[in-house]
Design a protein around this ligand. Sequence first.
Ligand code: ATP
Ligand code: MG
Length: 383
Amino acid sequence: MEKVVIIRYAEIHLKGKNRGYFERVFAMNLERSLKGIRHELHRTSGRWLVAKFPEDRADEVAERISNVFGVHSYSVGYLVGSELDEIFAGVRLVMPKSGTFKVETHRGYKKYPLNSMEISAEMGGRILAENPKLKVDVHAPAHTVYIDVRENGAALVFGSMLPGVGGMPVGTSGKGLLLISGGIDSPVAGYLMAKRGLVVELLHFHSYPYTNDGAKEKVVELSRLLSKFTLVTHLTTVSVTKIQEEIHEKCAAELNITLLRRFMFRIAERMAVKGGMGCLVTGESLGQVASQTLEGMTSSNAVVTLPVLRPLVGFDKDEIIERAKKIGTYETSVLPYEDCCTVFLPEFPATRPKPEKIAEEEAKLDVEGLVAQALETAEVIAF
Ligand code: ATP
Ligand code: MG
């Protein structure tokens, strides 16, 4: 008898002709999520089966699988022979200790001597004989014992179906570049886009030496936490120190942030185009801070042609925090390190920057030169 994890997938079935492609990407992502744990992955009648992993790592396998986008539900169960005694040996390991239950059998192997109902009845009877305190309830049982008799003289037995994260396999919606800060919002934005199948590459801007190593460590840690879902294991950092200094020295203070954000977008777009990414992603939410007004977003969009996806645009801060807690990034996001935006922060940032005023201030800067200089500071950190 062998412990296995059974995986059912979500939404992939919607994709008609592309189904084969979606399934290959999904299988590849399952493999990647299990990196470092010995295992075998098998495709079996519309599901996947993870087998041959060390038994003491079953919880870890299940946990990793539960975070792969495209997983609709999963079960930890047993692969057993299809003789009734063999099936029951598995059933004993997953059957409830108290309360009501039913047995649900699926019979892929149609030549099996008993039909599904008969197998369920037989196993139900054996369960009751073993533990007479249990009660059968076929309509609203507290527990269900699932049996799946397969073609090859094998059966799967499991006691629960746990929800996966849903979504679409990462890589089936193209590639994007997430502007990741050390804050609460951008990791959640990256999570949501990866959930829709986007490969989320990461770009972080720092203002070293105004920002310190702690700030960088924090972003690396956030990226690492995110990689559990996005499967991307590197981050690019770019210095905007020179840009911030120039803006601070030459431009109207209330436009500092507007101007810096335009530089960030330009730099991000260059990197995205070079890396074959089709969009930028940010953690902006309408009205959240001075720069996240319609005018603010318009002014940054104006310097790029790639679409800018803002999956949090309609979220309240509370909702974002709730999600950040759920995906496990919140605790790290609230660590107190300075982000580059807080360096040179004007007291009264413009909430409605006017295009003419922006152009006037930007004319004081060597935009192209500063972008090129910043790109040269790019560093890739693998984690
Ligand atoms: P977050 O919680 O993601 O930091 P925020 O509420 O602090 O967001 P802003 O500082 O206005 O908002 O940043 C808006 C968005 O701009 C961020 O969600 C992120 O996508 C991007 N951004 C801000 N600072 C940086 C940075 N230092 N490096 C990369 N991207 C950044
Ligand atoms: Mg921030």
